[in-house]
Unconditional design. Structure first.
Ligand code: MG
Length: 353
């Protein structure tokens, strides 16, 4: 039995995808060429590499919105990532796009997030002269830092989709950090927003910060009033409004992933509501400020004491600030908190997680 028949069959199946879908056979490939796997396409292989990293495992103890959650039902960076992958796969499959590429990029998109969610990101952005963005850090972790500085040698399309998965506050589809070159990358970008707006509503209700009935009237009217209704409405709208990407119409140039104008408007309104009422809410903000101070304390500590930086999470040839940022951003909330407490950081004392 020649196992490489399996990959040949999987690649032949990809020929049935939309003419606008990404195919492993036309991928721009990896920086270092590798022998193909007999059993998996290149994007399946990328997905597996991401899931087997230490950085992926650490997502389970990293904050999504509610810091170092003491309650078991809050979303963590890991459960958020799994929801994004699920939403992205549903949309990709419905539009006859490459589900494996969408899944690989979704699973890797937040791997560069530091401890304490966006507070950690803000903290490091203030420390590093070149700034700090989690999407660039996700690429850096996967491409440079994992496997003792050798990186995972992922395909161009997966890294591109991860780098461009971030969104500007004012509009989900604003260019922000660039438009992904593949439609699957565009799917991941929107799947991220669909997942977080919805699970953050649930968490904010759970935390007693908002009630379902506080949500903007237009969102309740257009998207429904429960978690499943909202998710279903958003995913269905994306599929319907982006139908041209299936290639079943007359388009000759690549169409885009989009919401209908009506749903785009209510989704942006809902997102803005979440910024004002949840993400920038006083209690969330006070916790965030505390998380930020802990991250900056640790950064300064390791710049002053570089011998403590793990060789596993930094590159010896980099400047000390970069090495400290790579090390600290890799930490989970609870590891950062414990370490800062041991090192005498005042903000880390008495914070139970
Ligand atoms: Mg995300």
């Amino acid at each position: 039995m020649d196992l490489s028949q399996v990959r040949a069959r999987l690649e032949a199946n990809e020929e049935r995808l939309s003419p606008f879908a990404a195919r492993t056979t036309t991928s721009k490939g990896r920086k270092l060429p590798e022998e193909p796997s007999p059993l998996r396409t290149e994007y399946q292989r990328d997905r597996d590499r991401i899931v087997h990293t230490k950085a992926f495992r650490r997502l389970k103890h990293k904050t999504q919105v509610f810091i170092a959650p003491a309650l078991d039902h809050y979303v963590t960076r890991l459960t958020h990532t799994i929801e994004v992958a699920q939403v992205a796969r549903t949309i990709a499959r419905a539009l006859n796009l490459n589900e494996d590429l969408a899944e690989a990029a979704a699973l890797g998109h937040d791997i560069g997030h530091g401890p304490f969610g966006h507070a950690g990101e803000e903290a490091l952005a203030e420390c590093l002269p070149e700034g700090f963005r989690h999407n660039y850090q996700s690429v850096r972790v996967l491409d440079r830092l994992e496997r003792q500085g050798r990186g995972l040698n992922l395909t161009f399309e997966v890294l591109d989709a991860i780098e461009k998965s971030s969104k500007a506050r004012e509009d989900i589809f604003a260019e922000g950090w660039g438009v992904p070159v593949t439609l699957e990358g565009q799917v991941v970008k929107v799947a991220d927003a669909i997942a977080y707006v919805n699970h953050d509503i649930l968490d904010a209700v759970r935390a007693g910060i908002i009630e379902e009935r506080d949500l903007p009237a237009a969102a309740q009217r257009e998207l429904g009033t429960s978690h499943s209704e909202r998710l279903n409405a958003l995913i269905s709208d994306i599929v319907e409004a982006s139908w041209a990407v299936t290639g079943t119409g007359r388009e000759t140039s690549a169409p885009v992933i989009t919401f209908s104008p009506r749903v785009a408007a209510v989704t942006n309104e809902l997102r803005e509501f979440m910024f004002q009422r949840v993400y920038l809410y006083d209690t969330t903000r006070q916790e965030a400020e505390r998380g930020k101070k802990i991250v900056q304390f640790l950064f300064r500590h390791f710049v002053a004491n570089p011998a403590g930086i793990s060789a596993d999470f930094s590159l010896a040839t980099d400047p000390v600030e970069r090495r400290a940022a790579d090390f600290v951003s890799g930490m989970t909330d609870r590891y950062a908190l414990r370490l800062a407490r041991e090192l005498g950081c005042a903000d880390a004392q008495g914070w139970v997680t």
